[in-house]
Design a protein. Structure first.
Lengths: 160, 222
């Protein structure tokens, strides 16, 4: 990740502290903003009465994965940023909209298809993949997310 | 990281030795994150991430910790985010140490003989594969360089890009971006990471077979 030469001079405890510092900054720079945004959106959807409407409208689609229609908001948030998806799922769990089981199913899906456009630029474009294959590559994380939701459901059934 | 260093990395790939420290730290990471000893009564519980994470204390007489009960909206979100700092700090700290000791290189070595079968790409992608556990960008740069150097074909590049793209920087994103779900998930974080890696391979293979189909359909384009 960082500068290789610099890292060679560190001791093991220093590596731990370097990582811990990174972790703290992740909390401050990534998680806290994503959590505040997600909670505000979910609170808005609940106060405005839109949440049950979303649940009804998308219930049949999300039902295929054993999830309520409201879970679509999580995947929509994840599309923009992985952290936003995860934070949205967490806030819906706190609000009683999702169960822990449903949040667990959404967890790997958020990471798999999260930050879809941003990471397309950072990975697919940087790799210099031929433009001809762009649509297929763009679809891959979404297909993966669908598979991982089924897979997680299956593993969850075995684990619990 | 400059492209020159990336360049060197590709060439040094086969010279990279995995020491016993690498294997041991990989084992430690897998054990720690998989939660196998989460419910152990013996000293083995010391090797569990959740056990090491510990608990927040309670104010005298209070039933819940730091976070309190009945919070909502942005205020609740902020307090909740703060309670996640120890999780991301300990996890990133352990990963940083184990990465330094060679855990991820060991994981790459473990997979190396199987790249041909699992992804249909040569073992030379090993180092980029290892980087892609914790970084979105390094692996992508290396992939481009390997294709430029003709170490891998254009199809290999496409398949391997598909592998990296879905669930990118898997370990860091699962514990970092996914931190909000860590206290909620019913599966240990190691299993979540494992599931994501499994579907990354599945997705890359979908692209792999798409390419075979595509080349058969458009043989003149080659």
């Amino acid at each position: 990740m960082g500068d290789v030469k610099e890292e060679k001079t560190l001791s093991i405890p220093e590596y731990f502290m370097l990582g811990a510092k990174k972790g703290f900054y992740i909390t401050v720079e990534l998680i806290a903003p994503a959590m505040v945004m997600a909670y505000v959106i979910i609170t808005f959807l609940q106060l405005s009465g839109l949440m049950p409407l979303i649940g009804q409208a998308l219930g049949p689609v999300m039902g295929l994965f054993g999830l309520p229609g409201e879970a679509s908001v999580v995947l929509l948030a994840a599309f923009f940023a992985k952290a936003a998806g995860a934070a949205t799922a967490a806030s819906m769990y706190a609000a009683g909209v999702l169960t822990a089981e449903e949040a667990t199913i959404l967890f790997p899906a958020c990471i798999t298809m999260g930050t879809l456009v941003g990471h397309f630029a950072r990975i697919v474009l940087v790799c210099k993949v031929r433009p001809l294959y762009y649509p297929v590559l763009l679809a891959t994380p979404i297909i993966d997310a669908v598979i991982v939701m089924y897979l997680t459901r299956f593993v969850l059934a075995l684990y619990l | 990281m400059s492209q020159n260093i990336e360049h060197q990395n590709v060439k040094e790939l086969h010279e990279q030795k995995v020491t016993w420290k690498g294997w041991l730290s990989l084992l430690f990471l897998v054990v720690c994150f998989s939660g196998v000893f989460a419910h152990s009564d013996s000293f083995l519980r010391a090797f569990d991430l959740t056990a090491l994470l510990g608990q927040f204390g309670h104010a005298e007489g209070a039933k819940v910790s730091l976070q309190g009960t009945g919070g909502s909206g942005a205020r609740e979100a902020f307090v909740l985010a703060l309670t996640m700092a120890p999780t991301t700090m300990i996890a990133q700290g352990l990963i940083e140490v184990c990465q330094h000791l060679g855990a991820l290189t060991a994981a790459g070595k473990l997979f190396q003989p199987f790249f041909r079968v699992l992804l249909g790409v040569p073992g030379v992608v090993g180092l980029a594969f290892v980087s892609s556990f914790t970084s979105s960008d390094v692996g992508a740069f290396m992939t481009k360089n390997m294709a430029d150097e003709k170490l891998i074909t254009d199809d290999h590049r496409t398949i391997f890009a598909a592998y990296q793209y879905a669930g990118s920087a898997t370990i860091n994103n699962t514990i970092g971006s996914g931190a909000a779900l860590l206290p909620i998930t019913l599966l240990p974080v190691g299993i979540i990471i494992g599931l994501i890696i499994v579907v990354k391979f599945i997705g890359a293979n979908i692209v792999r077979f798409y390419l075979v189909w595509h080349h058969r359909r458009h043989p003149e384009a080659e």
